[in-house]
Design a protein around this ligand. Structure first.
Ligand SMILES: Nc1nc2c([nH]c(=O)n2[C@H]2C[C@H](O)[C@@H](COP(=O)(O)OP(=O)(O)OP(=O)(O)O)O2)c(=O)[nH]1
Length: 253
């Protein structure tokens, strides 16, 4: 029996302080009072970006100029089986004053420290993924460090030994069918059943990765390890849609 999936888009809106926006679901909707990322159902004939722009304007009165596809998630509620597409919206990609047009509430939240509840049940992994810093720097000997809204995240991995240790973060597995389509320069390694690391050789590999991630999105972050010659590309990778970048750094003290 085929299951009808409800196609939903939702926006991870960021502000200049690196916080992200959650809002409560209004009275009259399923899971009223639960917290979510603003968004809603994609209408027939509408693109995902157009749906996101319409929903964010209807719910919060803000305008979205652009949004980067991020993670995806399918989830079966009693009321619907949903296919959720999350988009990252950077501070320069949205404008307007936030208004609660549907009598909902909103809150700016820090990654890793949520003080609103209850959350929509489908969103747990998404909230955990947000606690991953976008960029971590370090070396294999000393581990990699980055900042999220709460503080420092540290992790270490030994690609050869296929072992990952980490603190204050979560690195679950991505879908293998997407991994098989990637332009492997060095094949991806599953690390202790906890995540996937991928080490591209050229910027074009990363562009191909991002095209594949847009076509076949994954439900957890893909961590891209950048060798030294690709480090200066890190600033453009976020726009391309890379989830998490790990770079070698001189100073790891
Ligand atoms: N907007 C949003 N919906 C989410 C999130 N997580 C999650 O599981 N959902 C689910 C809840 C709902 O079943 C579905 C969104 O549908 P909705 O009823 O809110 O959509 P809508 O705003 O278009 O509502 P309506 O016009 O039909 O009243 O997706 C999230 O973070 N944001």
């Amino acid at each position: 029996m085929s299951v009808k999936l409800t196609h939903v888009v939702a926006a991870v809106i960021l502000n200049e302080r690196g916080e992200f926006l959650l809002s409560s679901r209004p009275e009259g909707k399923a899971y009223a009072g639960f917290w979510e990322f603003a968004g809603g159902k994609v209408e027939a004939g509408e693109t995902e970006l157009a749906a996101l722009q319409r929903e964010l304007h209807e719910e919060l009165g803000i305008q979205i100029a652009a949004a980067t596809p991020w993670l995806t998630k399918t989830y079966r509620y009693e009321h619907a089986h949903v296919y959720l597409r999350f988009f990252r919206v950077l501070p320069q990609q949205w404008q307007g004053e936030i208004q609660c047009r549907e009598q909902q509430q909103y809150s700016w939240q820090q990654a890793g420290r949520f003080d609103v509840e209850p959350m929509l049940p489908a969103n747990g992994p998404i909230l955990r993924a947000l606690s991953l810093p976008w960029l971590l720097k370090g070396r294999p000997e000393s581990g990699w460090r980055g900042q999220n809204g709460v503080g420092e995240v540290w992790m270490a991995f030994d690609v050869a030994a296929d072992v990952v240790l980490h603190t204050n973060m979560h690195l679950p597995t991505v879908q293998t069918e997407t991994l098989h389509l990637l332009p492997w320069s060095v094949s991806a390694q599953e690390c202790a059943g906890d995540g996937w690391w991928w080490r591209p050789v050229a910027l074009s590999d990363i562009e191909t990765l991002c095209v594949q991630l847009r076509k076949r999105p994954v439900d957890m972050p893909m961590v891209v390890l950048l060798d030294e010659h690709l480090m200066n590309q890190a600033s453009i990778l976020q726009d391309l849609g890379v989830h998490v970048a790990v770079t070698m750094a001189e100073d790891t003290a």
